[in-house]
Ligand binder design. Sequence first.
Ligand code: PLP
Length: 418
Amino acid sequence: MSTDSTFQPVRTKPWDFGMLSTEEFGEREKELVLQVLEKKRVFRYYGGDKEQSECYRLEKLYRETVGTQYALAVNSGTSALVAALIGAGIGPGDEVIVPAYTYIATAAAVLTARAVPVIVEVDDSLTMDAQAFEAAITSHTKAVIPVHMRGVPCRMDAILDVASRHNLIVIEDVAQANGGSYQGRPLGSFGQAGCFSFQQYKLITAGEGGMLLTNDEKTYARANIYHDSAFVYWDMNGGIQEPPFPGENYRLSEINAALALAQSERIHAIIAKLQHIKSVITAGIGHLEGIRLQTIPDPKGDVSYSLVFYLPTAEQSQAFSKQLSREGIPNGTINNNGFADRHIYKNWTYVMEKRGASENDTPWNCQSYKGNVQYSRDMCPVTLDLLSRAISIGLHQHMTDDDCDDVIRAICKTAGSL
Ligand SMILES: *Cc1c(COP(=O)(O)O)cnc(C)c1O
């Protein structure tokens, strides 16, 4: 590794692209948010024509673009997951299979629904390994949550095949892959429910917000009941026939919905740019010896804001990452000792320790649960090994061909120097 004073980094220009979502804020966001203020209706159920509500319009946009029959706007991705699980009838006594690499919210949602998360390995796509999923099924398993991590579509054909052979419910976590697809079909339309997030770190944002999509009327009705503690008692239930049960408040405000609408309108244009950028870079580094690109189950459906490649060992990955930073390209290693990344199961402390909100009544020790799931920080060695050897670079839709060229040259130079 070069440390001499004549060292010339590939890139000296700052790398200041900002976030994918908020960097797009413009006139359309202002226009739609101002409309809400002018209408003086910030709550979707406050009078007026319900089809003029921003929440309703957002739901309609997702129904049409993802192609599901029902959509429910909620206040976060976590809420969407909880409402989907409860909507699908999952609860105490049930096991739900989740991947070892996903945001902790996926597992937390299972626990909030009073079910038990079962953690399984990911493969080199960094999404759920269908064989590991199948091997983890017990007589208590009720559902599986494939997560399209970092915008990369899961192998939905393999996952759906296992799920249907074992009669399991599929709930897709699309929080990180809004606008993605698999074999030409939009993500979020494969499972019994698809759950989206509009939090600021996602591709598009509303500050906070989420969306639940489904083709199943009962799931929709029950999710709807759960998303408002008095939903069916007000004259706004849209003909829901399911018997009411207590819910929480997961309602989305009209202001957040207006922001999500403005952002969602341009999602496919953003993805087209990201896909171009990622394909230019991968074409430029694909030939390098010693680095291996992440497997992408369907590159056409990859949202493409994340570039990941693997080095042969964790040590090489650490050294590569440092050197690439010196070359002026911000990047990260994923599983390292620097920071307890809550996207990695071993850092889901309350899951590892089976801790619930109440000490003596958790999903694990409740009467209904007859299983015996075990967790340990080293239970998914394949996942930990992959994440230890991975280097990730966050891409941005505002990157130019020159920026892509900097990334390619810096990676090639670093690969040559190790
Ligand atoms: C962000 C995220 C969530 C939770 O979404 P919030 O809107 O923050 O509640 C769930 N799953 C994954 C994979 C996420 O990245």
